[in-house]
Each structure stands twice: as structure tokens, then as C-alpha cells.
Design a protein around this ligand. Structure first.
Ligand code: NAD
Ligand code: UDP
Length: 335
């Protein structure tokens, strides 16, 4: 087991209801999830390798004695008594997951296996952060859960897409063979505060470029589409799935069905920031999906969930976050 940043009292005076492990808890989504679970009075153990995660994402949470951070790579087995597990550990941005593709695949396959073994041992419910990438470059639009996808097994995105598909299979089989209590979400592009400025995904790239007055790098002609969900909506969806009265053990799409071209996103961010940045075009990455939009009928019907936050509202708070980040950076350089 890795380095321990703070020992939790586990059973504090507040009597946390559950002991919850969040793998990848220091990342963008994981830190928001840890915050929500702590607010609800749980004991939260964040397990993270800090490959793309950052201590500053969870620094504020360390004030709570119900929060523990452990530096650990889930590719190595771990043993902790837990009631619930959320598996969010995996780099999510293409440049990051492609930097060490073999380790990305190991994280999704061996890491998920280790967490499933832990769930089996402690009879813990376990949640998997899967992805819209399991649909690949889809021929069915929008994508319902029943669509099996169009994924290349032999390319630069395959380590992520096929790793996540294999993880879903492991979850299926641990439930089928051992009765492990599983939940799986397929997350569509989600953005918000606590993304890294150098994350490499489109929303953070465009906002940082616009704020700095740098060129906005549109890959290809910008006609490819994505659907952008704000982080708070997504975390609410996680919660509804994990704690729904009826156990839903099949994958559920979570995302915002509003669909935009990448060019539209660039223009919107330039307008909202009042930036003088110009749009420039860069080569379209290999196997970049042409279109993506979630069919969220299952989440609407079974979880009564749909996103509330519009793209303009979500971008407003994300732009404000990056403005603060950049001001701090400049302050450090000057000071
Ligand atoms: P992120 O890169 O900010 O977070 C991933 C976290 O996992 C980081 O803290 C990283 O250090 C940690 N990690 C990576 N490999 C690890 C390992 N082997 N052992 C322990 N920790 C490890 O990305 P995110 O956007 O917060 O994504 C979180 C999860 O959600 C990922 O599993 C990702 O695949 C999934 N997801 C995210 C999106 C999205 O749009 N944000 C979309 C689809 C799926
Ligand atoms: N993209 C872009 N410029 C960037 C980063 C990304 O045009 O600086 C494009 C990318 O080619 C893709 C879309 O934006 O078509 C979403 O990319 P991202 O990496 O955010 O997510 P994913 O491709 O995994 O959906």
C-alpha cells in the first residue's frame, strides 16, 4: 500500500454512514465526487496514483477527519475494509491516456480486477466510470446503451476504448459469477472546474487558449460533434444510479444531449471570453469520432435524471475557474 497522507478516524463523532473508496479521487471528476460523499457524512478514502490527479483538487477536503488520501496505483492489489467502491481511476484525456498506452490498458483491466476482488472480499457495492468511447466512432446516432459500438481495436485510442470495454466485461462477469453488486455509467464528455489547464481536452484547451489570447486549435475542419455535460449534473447522476431503490446493473448513459460542433464550441468560447484569439486548424487525430450524443432515455426513465445546467451556464463557471487559475499562476511568477 502506498503513501498515506492523513489517517482517517473512520468512526468519528459524526458517525459516517459508509466507508467509501474513490479510486481516482484526486482527478477532475473524482474530487467532485469525494466532496459530495463527504458532505453526506461518509468516510471517504481517495486512492490515487497522481498521474493526472492533483493534491490541490482535494486539499480543502483534508480539513475533514473523515477524508483520507492514499497514493497508490490500482494496477497493484490493495486491501482495505470498505462498504462501497467507485472506480474513476484512469487518465481520460487522449494525450494523457496515449502517453503510456500499456499502463492505461493495465489500469482499466488489472486495476478494475483488483477493485472487483476487493468488492468481492468485503461485499462492497462497486461503481465503474465507463465511457461513451465504448461506442467508438458510432454508426447509430444518438447512442443508446443497446448499441454495441464501432471501435478500432488497433489504434492510438484503443488502449482507452478497449480497456474500458474490457472493464465492463469484468464487471458483468463478477456480478454473474460471484454476485458482486455492480453499477456502470457510460459518461459522455464532461467539463467543469478542477480540469487541468494542460488536460488536453477540448473545453479546457479552448478556454485556456482564449484567456491567454493564443490561437484556438480546432482539429480537422471542426464539423465533428460532441455533447458537453457540466460536472455537477454528472455527479448527481452518479448518485442516483448508485443509490437508486431498484438495483440497475446494466450500463447507463449519462451526458447532456445538447450537441455542438467543435467549431461552434470554439466560437462560443471566443464570444464569452471576449478574446481576440483566432481559430487555427490542426490535423484531426486518428480515429477521432465524427459525432457523439447520448440517448439518455434510460437515465430519464429509471433515475428520473436529466441535466439541468446549460452549456452557457457551465462554461461561465468553468471560464471563471480558469481565470482564477491563470491569475494565480501569473501571481506566482511575479511574486
Ligand atoms: P482525470 O484524469 O482528471 O482523473 C483520473 C484520475 O485517476 C486522476 O486523479 C489520476 O491520477 C487517477 N489515476 C489514473 N490512473 C491511475 C491508476 N493506475 N491508479 C490510481 N489512480 C489512477 O479524468 P476525469 O475526467 O476525472 O475522469 C475520471 C474517470 O471518468 C475516468 O475513469 C474516465 O475514463 C471517466 N470518464 C470521464 C469523462 C469526462 O468527460 N470527464 C468521460 C468519460 C469517462
Ligand atoms: N479537439 C480540438 N481541439 C483541441 C482538443 C480537442 O478540436 O484542442 C477536438 C477533438 O479532435 C475531438 C473533440 O474536440 O473531436 C473532443 O476532444 P476531447 O479530447 O475533448 O474528447 P474526446 O475526443 O475524447 O471526445
Amino acid at each position: 500500500m502506498g503513501e498515506l497522507f492523513r489517517a482517517s478516524t473512520v468512526i468519528s463523532e459524526k458517525k459516517p454512514r459508509r466507508r467509501i473508496l474513490v479510486a481516482g479521487g484526486a482527478g477532475f471528476l473524482g474530487s467532485h465526487l469525494c466532496e459530495r460523499l463527504l458532505q453526506e457524512g461518509n468516510a471517504v478514502i481517495c486512492v490515487d496514483s497522481f498521474s493526472t490527479g492533483r493534491m490541490e483538487n482535494v486539499q480543502g477536503l483534508l480539513r475533514s477527519d473523515a477524508f483520507t488520501v492514499i497514493r497508490h496505483d490500482i494496477v497493484d492489489p490493495l486491501d482495505l475494509p470498505v462498504d462501497e467502491i467507485y472506480n474513476l481511476a484512469c487518465p481520460a484525456s487522449p494525450p494523457h491516456y496515449q502517453a503510456d498506452p500499456i499502463h492505461t490498458m493495465k489500469t482499466s483491466v488489472i486495476g478494475s480486477l483488483n477493485l472487483l476482488e476487493l468488492a468481492l472480499q468485503h461485499k462492497a457495492r462497486i461503481f465503474q466510470a465507463s465511457t461513451s468511447e465504448v461506442y467508438g466512432d458510432p454508426h447509430v446516432h444518438p447512442q443508446p446503451e443497446a448499441y454495441w459500438g464501432n471501435v478500432n481495436s488497433f489504434g492510438p485510442r484503443s488502449c482507452y476504448d478497449e480497456g474500458k470495454r474490457s472493464a465492463e466485461t469484468l464487471f458483468h462477469d463478477f456480478h454473474d459469477r460471484h454476485g458482486v453488486d455492480i453499477r456502470i455509467v457510460r459518461i459522455f464528455n464532461t467539463y467543469g472546474p478542477r480540469m487541468r489547464a494542460d488536460d488536453g481536452r477540448v473545453v479546457s484547451n479552448f478556454i485556456v487558449q482564449a484567456l491567454k489570447g493564443d490561437d484556438i486549435t480546432v482539429y480537422g475542419d471542426g464539423s465533428q460533434t460532441r455533447s458537453f455535460c457540466y460536472v455537477d449534473d454528472l455527479i448527481e447522476g452518479f448518485h442516483r444510479l448508485m443509490y437508486s431503490r431498484r438495483a440497475i446493473r446494466t450500463p447507463v448513459n449519462l451526458g447532456n444531449p445538447g450537441e455542438f460542433t467543435v467549431r461552434e464550441l470554439a466560437e462560443r468560447i471566443i464570444a464569452m471570453t471576449g478574446s481576440s484569439s483566432k481559430i487555427v486548424h490542426r490535423p484531426l487525430p486518428t480515429d477521432d469520432p465524427r459525432q457523439r450524443r447520448p440517448d439518455i432515455s434510460v437515465a430519464r426513465r429509471d433515475l428520473d435524471w436529466s441535466p439541468d445546467i446549460s452549456l452557457v451556464e457551465g462554461l461561465t463557471s468553468t471560464i471563471a475557474y480558469f481565470e482564477r487559475q491563470l491569475t494565480r499562476q501569473v501571481g506566482k511568477l511575479v511574486g
